[in-house]
Write a protein that binds this ligand. Sequence first.
Ligand code: RUQ
Ligand code: CUA
Length: 660
Amino acid sequence: MLIACLLLITSLATLYSCKPKNTANAVSADAAQKAYVPPGKYDEFYDFVSGGFSGQLSVYGLPSGRLLRVIPVFSADPQDGYGYSEETKAMLNTSHGPIPWDDLHHVELSQTNGEIDGRWIFANGNNTPRIARVDLSTYTTSEIIELPNSAGNHSSPFTTENSEYVVAGTRFSVPPDNADGDVAIDTYKKNFKGTISFVSVDKTSGNMKIAFQLLIPGINLDLSHAGKGPSHGWFFFSCYNIEQAHTLLEVNASQRDKDFILAINWKKAEEYLQQGKGIKQAVKYAHNVYDEKTQTATSNIETEVTVLDTRTLPGIAYFMPCPKSPHGCDVDPTGEYIVSSGKLAALIPVFSFTKMMNAINSKKFDTYYDSIPVMKYEDVLYGEVKKPGLGPLHTEFDGKGNAYTSFFISSEIVKWNIKDLKVLDRAPTYYSIGHLNIPGGDTKKPNAKYVIAYNKITKDRYLPTGPELTQSAQLYDISGDKMQLILDFPTIGEPHYAQAVSADLIKNNSKKFYDINHNEHPYVAKGEGQAKVVRNGNKVDVYMTAIRSHLVPDNIEGVKLGDEVYFHVTNQEQDWDIPHGFAIKAANAAELLIMPGETRTLKWAPDRVGIFPFYCTDFCSALHQEMSGYIRISPKNSTVALAYGTGDKAPGGKDTTTVQ
Ligand code: RUQ
Ligand code: CUA
């Protein structure tokens, strides 16, 4: 079986070699013009691209492909101190303690009435299961919630039409958190369970909460999408390893020729919840919230979730058979068609929501899988796209009746018509595309000017940079009948899913600075008059101000070995794009990058006696290099008095240096 499987893959790979033939003429003459955004002009779209193993989210402008920003989400970032500063450390807390890294695969913009509303973007942490919410007025991570009873949070964070919920399905089934997990791995079938978390999102504040979890059989969930329009109230998940294998999944989880799409009626789940059918389970998970007023994150460990068992509560869960190892699970803008792309399948099945409902309403089931009804493939199938390509992964929609599917093995995007399932066009990608996206391409209202490919392999596309090469994105104009490649651009980390949105929906809400009058940070210094150094035992708090081009205080004495120094730096500027930075010799964490009106704290423990300079790291004015200072560290038993100041007020008074 293993040999057969490998042979199949190798022969497929030779048949459809990685490198498409028509490389030379793939870019047409007017491409440059289409992707060109003149200096000083804005892009038309924002593209929010997951960073994969970088744990971060990057923001590009389209069509130029210009990198606008990298938003730290799940990984600490020494560039701006995220995860290192006292204010942001708590964002990366989990029930396992602080975790400075995760694997971010999918992003999803918040929606209202099935359309992107431009308020937040959600992202999944795949490794230590978490969901993050990023505020699109500040481009910062506002909230991270950990998911109990979960491992490998891959089919996440897809959202319902009004962002009632973002979901998170387990990739790895594991014994529930409250069970004794010390079991033999080969008791998988008995002891391992899957869950789907429904995380509710407050309409006004955006605050997330685990509303309930669904207990499902121990299988692997891969991807998902919510229903919309007529299928609003439903969620669809691609499932693999229904064999429930626990070793050599490559072979053992590909035994059956069909896996499942799991259809979840979440309105039904809500009914059961209201009827008190949920079981409260003791768990531990971190919920981290950044408070914009105090500019500080706090982490709470929550201790309970409500679990609904889909195996004993009928009407929540149904299985639709699907060609094996399905990956993407995508719902078209009308909400009628569910497209599932099987990595090993040579066709694309399209399921009909109407047919599924008919089968459910007439209780026409083929069999049961761990008490969950399984429908017949033919009963729920709308049709199959025949011979579309090899290794279909993900599908997005243009809202004009067409679908665009990425093909990993044959390295191409294929456009096909949803109604008649005919292939209309294909365009090569360089190389081995994973995800793809169209602005609004998974919503009710796509804005189908472009499709963007996110490729796993770049090989010879760019100048070589040693063994490690960048991943890439490629931009295709899809305004005409045929896709036209117009741009290649390198990406940060490994891009998985991305979402693009018309810049108009977001750019006007972009904050320019934080109002210092509303800064309620406990260690803020509003104005230089409030700058001070306070000793409390061996804790020394420096309330420092930063303004072009000096720090107050910039001379500090009377600090001793064994002290813990907290530099609380408040940026006094009230203007756009004037951050100040703060770094001190031998700091073992990061610098701080402090936005106008913001306070950030660096904890620093001197390790030796001497003079330590500190300085602003962001070139903020012509006299930026002058924006610096010194702290004197004395021995533990020293009697040097605490003294501090800047200029005339520096310890020892006025700087007496004179120019000859
Ligand atoms: S995945 S390349 Cu982690 Cu979204 Cu499909
Ligand atoms: Cu402030 Cu440079």
